[in-house]
Design a protein around this ligand. Structure first.
Ligand SMILES: [Zn+2]
Length: 97
């Protein structure tokens, strides 16, 4: 049986590969981008790995959020929020700044 640290490292590498693939798929208009995110989330939840803050995706349709391509970005300065609106389903992700 492999040590736990090795298993976690392998899982993290797989998640990163899947996230990179999902971004590439979204940029080229492929339908598999949300499937890659779904697989990465399954691996992340199974091994209880923390979310990567650099990579954003829509929680409703699992589309990677790429400003100008798959989402629009608004700044609500009065509430100090950054709002990412998914262009596929319209779901909004609000991040506090
Ligand atoms: Zn969406």
């Amino acid at each position: 049986m492999a040590p736990k640290a090795f298993i976690i490292e392998t899982a993290k590498r797989r998640i990163e590969t899947l996230m990179r693939l999902s971004v590439d798929a979204a940029l080229h208009g492929s339908k598999y981008s949300s499937r890659y995110v779904e697989l990465a989330e399954q691996i992340r939840k199974h091994y209880r790995i923390k979310k990567d803050k650099r990579f954003l995706f829509c929680k409703a349709c699992l589309m990677p959020l790429l400003p100008g391509k798959t989402c629009t970005v608004k700044i609500a300065s009065s509430k100090s929020f950054i709002i990412y609106k998914c262009s596929k389903c319209g779901h909004e992700l609000k991040l506090h700044y």
